[in-house]
Design a protein around this ligand. Structure first.
Ligand code: ADP
Ligand code: MG
Length: 864
């Protein structure tokens, strides 16, 4: 059977559960596909408790219209609607309209649906395979004096479920037993292969009327079913429906009575013309004949009207036939419904399912015994489901207006959300511009005249060579610059069995020390070193030490580094402008317990590059995407004007985090970036870093969430205490929320843990916000990296460059999409470079030791 999708239903479903957010207003609907055509006006109020008011008018559906041409049909629908609007004085209002269209359609959007096939008593030329919504729109446009906007197309089953869901939030099945039969239910998105996305649920219109069209019911179908089918408008189609729905029940009874009469079992074997006439017995007759008390006298009356002369026994027999036919219908329907209920129960993985089925349709509503029989059989078939059957009052028609109301509000919301996130969508041209600007800043930083005022500082590191494998020995390394401070002992073995062994200990740096005095900070560092030496039992050894210090430092040699300015979370006093190696030496002296041989001060990017360079000699770039964002690369000495000498290469620590501090990328900074900047320790500084690194992404998300909440688009418009807390939304939550494997409910749980009481609808929006922020970060980072690899390519003067980038940083390593988007952007913006990304295993620790080893080796050579 074909399936129809109501996109976004899950989202809208939430609205039914929140009284405040249900959209009020005036909505129109037309209902085509049942026994009668109907136009409706539904007013939704919002006066404390929600209520709705419905007015409608029925119109005939003459055979010329429902078995004529498509244009005629839609013109007729439009004419009726016009008449209805005139009678209600609605012509001069712009009104949204929902279209209940109860035939199998393939929907890719809420407001679009291609008819798969006509069913029931409809057979209109030139409609099959076309979009019925646009046909209706076209017909409506011919009437200049009405302004109607068709926002949603809804199947009657879905309309029924929606209407019942308005009263009972457990309603997740819609069932029609009327002219035709059909059902819809809420299916898990992860089970719907045809629609992208794994989150939440979507309503599936089963179109179960077509069950059996492949022969599956052949064992159950009788000669009467076959005969009825052959005489129908759509032979071979809708075989299940033809055993169940009201359009066919009377005819089945007639065919049975005819055969029985011909065999002499009824009416003394006398057949009347009426009994020979197709569709002479209708569902209303069957209902009347099965009535509890008057049934028998009704039967007599009806048969007499058919010019048959029934005896008392004939009447009882005919009644029995009616019961058999309608009971079979209820049984089959119950069996199919039981299949859906079982599916729901399994989807939810519960032992007992509690659920509500919304029902509409003339057979169910008017047949005296039908509901009772159906309920009983369902309970027998699925004893582990507690089912509430909720009769929907004109649900099939009203539901369209309900869906429209929600679609209307969602469309308005969508516009607002899109507007908020639009500045985060960067076009390829914009990214190219960022790359070009970065490229220009790299040059300023290298040139003597411009270097002092450059925002990308291009700091020489005095690291001139990568390891050659001959390094060996024991080294200490310190790693300061991010979330933690670490002390490491690194043992490097050279030769054929070359290896690196590391032992390390992590120490937290309390906030009051990060932002206290410089002396306190360095005393604390030395305290940690003392702990570590004690712990390793090497207090007496005077080991060479490499200090990974991941802040911008101006170096005059490998073991001297003047802090240019704190970044990230640090702001200790009396450090900026001072040599960090001197400060460390002094702190060691103050403690007067041990001595260390400080050989090198190293940036983490450089350490990362060195570590990867140890494995892959082609690695000449080091990238960090962690708490902060930075890059280093090997530059030709001749291009580094501020360092003497033109031979060989030296590693440049770009400190690209400061890119944009001169305002050159202000055109892409959003108001949220500005808010994050203003709330940071170093306002106005590190603008690029603040758009790309772990310390800030969560905070950008938080600012957007606050804004969306203010606009009433999230968290029911309530800005909670927790949302006000700076830093509450950590970047690791972006990684969790954006993970493809995470179901929406889990996202909701994360938000709830953060004290953000969210609906599933909120969760979808939050996830979208996280995606926009992290994607932009990765793209901007990729644009910057493209500038670097392009520069390296031009330095080498080659058409095609093959190069390896060593990468470290938790954002890069753990975010589910960051690394992929970054790589894609580099590929797009630097097509002539073939870039390999190599993850560094603990680059900043191992790298510091390697640099120390190299420096030691070169130093020793110098001494010899
Ligand atoms: P460093 O502080 O030296 O840069 P890391 O590379 O480990 O250290 O980066 C830590 C930063 O990464 C944290 O400050 C945080 O912003 C971010 N982060 C932590 N966990 C995750 C995660 N799961 N996904 C993305 N980013 C994360
Ligand atoms: Mg680090």
């Amino acid at each position: 059977p074909s399936c129809e999708f109501l996109i976004g239903y899950f989202v809208s479903r939430q609205n039914f559960q929140h009284v405040q957010t249900f959209p009020k207003g005036d909505f129109l609907a037309v209902d085509l596909g049942g026994s009668q055509f109907r136009a409706l006006e539904v007013k939704v109020f919002n006066d404390g408790k929600q209520s709705s008011q419905l007015e409608s008018k029925f119109y005939p559906t003459p055979k010329e219209v429902i078995q004529g041409s498509g244009t005629e049909l839609f013109n007729y629908v439009a004419d009726c609607l016009l008449d209805f609007m005139e009678s209600k004085n609605l012509q001069h209002k712009k009104l949204p309209l929902g279209f209940t269209f109860s035939f199998p359609c393939k929907q890719t959007k809420l407001e679009e649906g291609a008819l798969l096939a006509w069913t029931k008593h409809f057979k209109v030329r030139g409609v099959q395979g076309t979009d019925v919504v646009s046909s209706l729109r076209k017909a409506l446009q011919k009437h200049k004096d009405i302004d109607v906007d068709v926002l949603a197309m809804v199947n009657d089953t879905v309309g029924t479920m929606m209407t019942c869901g308005y009263d009972d939030p457990h309603c997740e099945v819609g069932l029609i037993i009327g002219t035709g039969t059909n059902a819809c239910y809420m299916e898990e998105m992860r089970h719907i292969d045809l629609v992208e996305g794994d989150e939440g649920r979507m309503c599936i219109n089963t179109e179960w009327g077509a069950f059996g069209d492949d022969g599956a019911l052949d064992d159950l179908r009788t000669e009467f079913d076959r005969e009825l089918d052959l005489g129908s408008l759509n032979p071979g189609k809708q075989l299940f429906e033809k055993m169940i729905s009201s359009l066919y029940l009377g005819e089945l009874v007639r065919l049975i009575l005819l055969k029985m009469t011909k065999e002499g079992l009824l009416f003394n074997g006398k057949v009347s013309t009426a009994l020979l006439t197709k569709d002479k017995i209708e569902m209303k007759h069957v209902c009347a004949m099965e009535k509890y008390k008057e049934g028998l006298s009704n039967t007599k009356e009806i048969l007499t009207e058919l010019n048959l002369f029934p005896s008392e026994e004939d009447c009882i027999a005919v009644q029995h036939v009616c019961t058999i036919v309608s009971f079979r219908s209820a049984n089959l329907c119950a069996a199919a419904l039981a299949a859906i209920l079982t599916r729901l129960r399994e989807n939810k993985k519960v032992l007992r399912l509690r659920t509500t089925v919304g029902i509409d349709g003339g057979l169910y509503k008017t047949h005296p015994q039908y509901p009772k029989r159906l309920h009983k059989v369902v309970r027998r078939l699925v004893p582990n489901c507690d089912v509430r059957f909720l009769l929907s009052q004109s649900g099939s028609a009203k539901g369209a207006a309900m869906v429209t109301a929600v679609a209307y509000r969602l469309a308005a919301q969508r516009k607002q959300i899109d507007a908020v996130l639009a500045p985060f969508l960067l076009s390829l041209d914009t990214l190219r511009e960022v790359k070009n600007k970065m490229r220009a800043e790299l040059e300023y930083g290298l040139k003597r005249e411009t270097q002092a005022s450059a925002t990308v500082k291009m700091l020489p590191t005095y690291v001139c060579g990568t390891p050659d494998g001959t390094e060996s020995g024991k080294f200490l390394a310190l790693d300061l610059g991010g979330t933690n401070f670490r002390v490491l002992l690194v043992k490097i073995r050279s030769g054929r069995r070359r290896s690196v062994q590391m032992y390390n200990k992590i120490f937290a740096i309390p906030l009051e020390i990060m932002q206290g005095t410089g002396e306190e900070l360095f005393d604390h560092i030395v305290q940690c070193i003392a702990d570590f030496l004690e712990y390793m039992g090497i207090k007496g050894a005077r080991l060479p030490l490499g200090f990974t210090f991941s802040f911008p430092c101006r170096q005059a040699s490998i073991d001297k580094g003047t802090l240019v300015g704190w970044t990230k979370g640090f702001k200790a006093t009396d450090c900026e402008g001072e040599d960090v190696v001197d400060m460390l030496r002094e702190a060691i002296r103050r403690r007067n317990e041990f001595d260390l041989d400080i050989v090198a001060v190293v940036n983490d990017t450089v350490g990362t590059m060195m570590t990867c360079g140890y494995e892959d000699p082609n690695c000449e770039i080091g990238l960090i995407a962690g708490t902060g964002s930075n890059v280093c690369y090997m530059e030709d000495m001749k291009n580094i004007e501020i360092v003497e000498g033109n031979e060989g290469k030296m590693c440049i620590n770009t400190e690209w985090g400061g890119f944009g501090d001169n305002g050159c990328i202000d055109n892409i900074r959003t108001k949220y970036d500005i808010q994050v900047d203003e709330g940071s320790l170093n306002a106005g500084k590190q603008r690029y870093e603040k758009m790309t690194s772990g310390m800030y992404l969560g905070e950008i998300v938080r600012q957007i969430l606050i804004d969306l909440t203010k606009q009433g688009l999230l968290f029911r418009g309530q800005i909670s205490e927790s949302l006000r807390k700076r830093g509450i939304f950590e970047t690791k939550f972006l990684s969790q929320i954006e993970s493809d494997r995470l179901a929406l409910l889990q996202v909701r749980r994360i938000l709830q843990q953060l004290g953000l009481d969210s609906t599933c609808e909120d969760s979808i929006i939050v996830k979208e916000v996280c995606g926009a922020v992290s994607r932009r970060a990765a793209q901007l980072c990729g644009a910057g990296l493209a500038a670097i690899v392009e520069k390296k390519r031009e330095n080498r003067g080659v058409e095609h460059l093959q190069i390896t980038v060593g990468v470290d940083g938790t954002l890069y390593k753990l975010h589910p999409h960051f690394s992929r988007v970054l790589q894609e952007t580099v590929r797009e913006l630097a097509p002539q470079c073939d870039v390999t990304f190599m993850l560094s295993e603990d680059g900043s620790g191992k790298g510091a030791a390697l640099i120390t080893a190299v420096a030691k080796r070169l130093h020793n050579i110098g001494r010899k």
